[in-house]
Ligand binder design. Structure first.
Ligand code: C2E
Ligand code: MG
Ligand code: MG
Length: 741
């Protein structure tokens, strides 16, 4: 007996060793898991002729077992077992996987664990079934290894040891095959993704790159491996920037942000990048992974849009928007350095007559010619822009004395007076009037300085043209007007002469009413109904906009709440916010209080801001808008395209809506340039996941174009002008009434 036992043991050991070698060979050869498991099962079965075996594997959900190998069982049995639940009473295997312990059932026809499967044993010809769970290195159950006997069979330690050996081997095979499958999948992802992926060692030396890295940078893998990652960065990104990035990685375990690399062809290129360390089993970093998304395409479309939006297509000069932004920037600098900025607004005398008599082509030719002549009188650093049809604007920084500007104005006038010869040989005589404004004497901000320069221009024209005029000379009279306007506005606020009109906003696709914009109206007893553009700039300048704006917010919120209470469908109420309001320290509290006592849900309020309010203080804006957004209020950028949009900051602002300025909608479908800008803004908004609303839609053709481009919503005279509350209410009946109940 003893001798038999020893012989059997050594035969089992030999078989197990042979099986282990076979498994290793197949693993090295990348054989499919099913083949390896079938082989293991067959080898065990060969050792004990009356014994059959199966391997079941826990599925991805961890709740069911699937067949891994069962070569000696009929197909229908295998199909029946596939997907069996893991749990108490689910046969030997389901129970063993559930208990995480071997389950020895000596007679399936008597054991309660098999009560749910009374027919399986007799049908397939077995009476005993012993099942052994096997585990991965972390102790998780991977599956079960089970043996079946034709007759009832009690536990037998020799066979148990044998099965333990084989099930250990099975666990090894399953883990190895799965790990190499996961690696292969990861490698395929890394090879096929469009994101560049670079792996470096701890000194940032590149040890691996993927094909996308090569495509984006133009550097082959061989040219990248072994080099420092920083070799590929644009110069600006060295030094402090690096210290900051790596400090962040050390502290937070990762970093995300924009980096600029230098491509093989020398061009700088932006990538949105994330850096994370890869840790070894002791938690110490041993590599870094850089994943970089190509944002160059987005940047190109932004840049193109910026070009379209900021240069005049006829003369190639900066347009009004760019000029405004340059002026704002110059004033900022001047405020810092206590210097002066001069603005000259040049209007070509009688240009309209020439345009009409000689035709528009000749007019265009003249404008380009004048542009060139005037530009030649300026320094490289001066801003020279096409301001409007026949008006040019010049911004001069670091003005020494007003005399300099007077001399320049005189030169410019003389240059326009020299005769022009058109392409057809005809000679034309022109002249110019110039208005001059000076920072800081005439105004402390760009908008007001422009307004004052314009006043000076009118004065110059009134003085008989071909002359220039400083604003300072006309100031006395304006100051008087301002005092008067301030007094009347204060009175209006006290007497309640302000009202709000509401302009509908509609969904472009469905034509449904989705919201409205509250627009301020001043019904003055002496001057009648005054448009906001006549008094808001002044209210802004004098600070009166703060109490007026508070009244607007309060009234609009109360109105929206009242419409809700009357059973009308909820509409988003948009309110225009002025710069002064936006930067009030307690704005969030004030709005919170208004929402609380009017009872308007914050989600129904939208605030419209303009780009210029944010320009130059992007970081503060992110914080302030973040506070408003956190209250649940939605935020829109109004008159989009008219500010100098550093489009990249848009991404960082928590805004939901872009409103395309009326000026880009007005000339659809005749002006290709405006159409490109509108289409560009819509496409950009799409990319940034923002809603786009078009303003000032007056014709069906405009709406059709916007709809085709994928614009979300619109407002404009086509559907309705701004209306008093009672008239607006008729467009928006209570829901029950609309249903006809
Ligand atoms: P906005 O916010 O861009 O308002 C849209 C302006 O376009 C409104 O002029 C509206 O009447 C006008 N509009 C609407 N549809 C059409 C159209 O189809 N064609 C044309 N040609 N115009 C259209 P409004 O009411 O004169 O307001 C002018 C500006 O005054 C507003 O521009 C806004 O910047 C400012 N504003 C109005 N109410 C307030 C207010 O309560 N607070 C502040 N801070 N600003 C306000
Ligand atoms: Mg608005
Ligand atoms: Mg607007």
């Amino acid at each position: 007996m003893q001798a038999d036992r020893l012989a059997a043991d050594s035969a089992s050991d030999a078989a197990l060793a042979a099986a282990r070698n076979a498994v290793l060979d197949r693993l090295v050869a990348d054989a499919p898991l099913a083949d390896i498991l079938t082989d293991v099962v067959r080898r065990l079965e060969a050792l004990e002729p009356e014994m059959r075996a199966t391997v079941l594997l826990v599925d991805a959900t961890g709740t069911r077992l699937m067949t891994g190998a069962a070569p000696s069982f009929p197909d229908y049995y295998v199909r029946g077992v596939d997907g069996m639940s893991i749990g108490e009473g689910q046969g030997s295997c389901g129970t063993a996987a559930f208990r995480r312990a071997p389950v020895i059932v000596s007679d399936v026809s008597r054991d309660p664990l098999w009560a749910a499967y009374p027919k399986s044993g007799p049908k397939v010809g077995f009476r005993a079934c012993w099942s052994f769970p096997f585990y991965d290195n972390a102790g998780k159950v991977l599956g079960t290894f089970a043996v079946y006997f034709a007759e009832p069979r009690e536990r037998d330690e020799r066979i148990v040891r044998l099965i333990e050996g084989f099930s250990g081997l099975t666990a090894l095979a399953v883990q190895k095959v799965r790990a190499s499958t996961a690696l292969r999948q990861a490698a395929a992802i890394i090879a096929s993704t469009r994101d560049a992926i670079v792996i470096t060692d701890l000194t940032q030396r590149i040890v691996s790159v993927n094909p996308a890295w090569c495509t984006i940078t133009g550097f082959a893998a061989e040219a990248s491996l072994g080099r420092a990652f920083t070799d590929f960065l644009a110069g600006l990104q060295h030094g402090e920037h690096q210290t900051e990035i790596w400090g962040h990685v050390a502290q937070n375990g990762h970093w995300q942000g924009e980096i600029w690399i230098r491509r093989k062809n020398g061009a700088l290129y932006p990538l949105w990048s994330s850096i994370s360390p890869v840790h070894d089993e002791h938690g110490a970093p041993h590599h870094y992974v850089f994943v970089m998304t190509d944002i160059g395409k987005l940047r190109e479309s932004e840049a193109q849009l910026e070009r379209l939006a900021h240069y005049d297509p006829l003369t190639g000069l900066p347009n009004r928007l760019l000029a405004q932004s340059r002026l704002a920037h110059a004033i900022e600098q001047a405020a810092h350095h206590h210097s002066q900025v001069g603005v000259l607004c040049i209007d070509i005398d009688h240009f309209k007559t020439i345009n009409e008599s000689l035709g528009h082509l000749a007019g265009d030719e003249l404008l380009c010619g004048i542009g060139q002549r005037l530009a030649a009188a300026l320094r490289h650093e001066d801003t020279f822009a096409r301001w409007a049809g026949d008006e040019f604007l010049i911004v001069i920084e670091n003005v020494g004395s007003p005399d300099e500007l007077a001399r320049l104005a005189q030169t410019l006038i003389e240059r326009t007076q020299a005769p022009f010869t058109l392409g057809n040989g005809q000679s034309v005589y022109l002249g110019a009037s110039i208005g001059i404004g000076l920072y800081p004497q005439d105004a402390d901000n760009a908008a007001l300085l422009l307004q004052h320069t314009d006043t000076a221009l009118h004065q110059a024209k009134a003085q008989g043209r071909n002359t220039y005029c400083f604003f300072t000379e006309t100031m006395g009279q304006r100051a008087q007007q301002h005092l008067e306007l301030g007094r009347r506005l204060r009175l209006a606020l006290e007497r309640g002469s302000f009202t709000l009109h509401y302009q509908p906003k509609l969904d472009v696709r469905t034509g449904r009413l989705i919201g409205c914009e509250a627009l301020l109206r001043w019904d003055d007893p002496t001057c009648g109904l005054t448009q906001p553009e006549r008094f808001i700039p002044f209210a802004e300048e004098s600070g009166l906009i703060v109490p007026i704006g508070a009244w607007v917010l309060e009234t609009a919120c109360r109105q929206a709440r009242q419409w809700l209470d009357e059973g009308r469908a909820p509409l988003k109420m948009a309110v225009n916010l002025s710069a002064r309001q936006l930067w009030q320290a307690d704005l969030p509290e004030r709005i919170g209080a208004i929402l609380a006592h009017t009872g308007l849900p914050p989600a129904m309020l939208e605030l419209e801001l303009t780009e210029s309010m944010i320009m130059g203080q992007e970081a503060e804006a992110v914080a302030r808008l973040g506070q408003l957004r956190a209250m649940g209020i939605s935020l829109a950028i109004d008159d989009f395209g008219t500010g100098y949009s550093s489009l990249s900051y848009l991404k960082s602002l928590p805004i939901q809506v872009l409103k395309i300025d009326r000026s880009f909608v007005r000339n659809i479908p005749t002006d290709r340039h405006d159409m490109e800008i509108s289409a560009g803004i819509i496409a950009l908004a799409r990319k940034l996941n923002l809603q786009v609303v078009a303003e000032g839609v007056e014709s069906a053709a405009q709406l059709a174009f916007l709809s085709e481009q994928g614009c979300d919503a619109y407002q404009g005279y086509l559907y309705s002008p701004p209306l008093p509350a009672e008239r607006f209410a008729t467009l928006h009946p209570p829901v029950a009434a609309a249903d006809g109940h």
